[in-house]
Design a protein around this ligand. Sequence first.
Ligand code: PLP
Length: 394
Amino acid sequence: QKQLSERINKLETSATLAMAAKARELKAEGKNIIGLSLGEPDFNTPDFIKEAAIQAINDNYNSYTPVDGYAELKEAVIEKFKRDNNLTYDASQIVVSTGAKQSLANVAMVMLNAGDEVILPCPYWVSYKDIVKIAEGIPVEVKTSIENDFKMTPNQLEAAITPKTKMLWFSSPCNPSGSLYSKEELRALADVLQKHPQIIVVSDEIYEHINFVEGHASMAEFEDMYDRTVTVNGVSKAFAMTGWRIGYIGAPSYIARACNKIQGQITSGANCIAQRATITALKAPVSKIKYMIDKFKERRTLILDLLSEVEGFKCNQPEGAFYVFPNVSALFGKTFKGTKIENATDLSMYLLEEAQVATVTGEAFGNPDCIRISYAASEENIKNAIAQIKEALS
Ligand code: PLP
């Protein structure tokens, strides 16, 4: 242990993975745990994508790929950015990586010096904070609340900026809150950033297609933000391809070149078969994956209806992704079946043990008043889970 680096000792274990491990442990003991903790679609990868992968194997795509991705895939990414986001990139601005997680890690490693501050509106995706820390940056959390749909206001952004601020990272639709920033809201944040031209933005749009209202807005759409924004996306969520591990960025060329350089020293190009399959995924019309989005929307309605009956759970209506993020602070200080609930972590542990439902504490996302419940699960599991939660808290 003593031999390990300070870098690793400072790192937290991913709370979502820790919860999944605890749930597995209880399952092994014979308990029937309903898992609503993981951020992954419960659908299979669509057949037309699987077929492209099988074709790629038969066509002998088995060699190292270019570090930043096959030219055809970069072309498909360019077309996708144009078609869906009205963003114009050329091939020198695209880097394909082993999941959006690697894209984010690359960006942190190439942009941050020790002590650089990165603004993270809370709740943020669980890994942002630790990726920033690995790169020796300092996460600066901006608290938001359910009252403003967990969105950072321009005033809050302004107040968080210091001479050391180097970046702003956020996801829209947001994991864990499901909130979406409208074009107007992004513009208002961009107006603040106008006054601070040294700040680079990471706009994580991996839930782009899992959107229940009209229209997705990208920060890079604004002319004055285009040269200061890294747009991150990938196929894990919308195409049910979490295990295939393909993510990508569109970025100013100097950032893309630097990401290519670091990736070339650490992992090289992403998996060749997954890249070929992603060409097919990205070229397909979005209508081909709409059946999954429609299902997520139905389940959102279902889970919100059911949760409205659970005392102590306060929900807003998330507009995207597949999570609800109820504020459960009304339950703090209460005792259930002899267990005192002091915070969100206690509650999610209690729900795991007593209701046999795995959720994730909001503490992991920088918001200790809430818990995250994923509704990427069957309707039966959602119904049973919420009934069991209700019973455990009755
Ligand atoms: N960004 C956000 C907001 C996520 O929720 C996730 C996955 O949970 C990722 C990035 C990473 O995605 P990938 O599977 O492409 O690494």
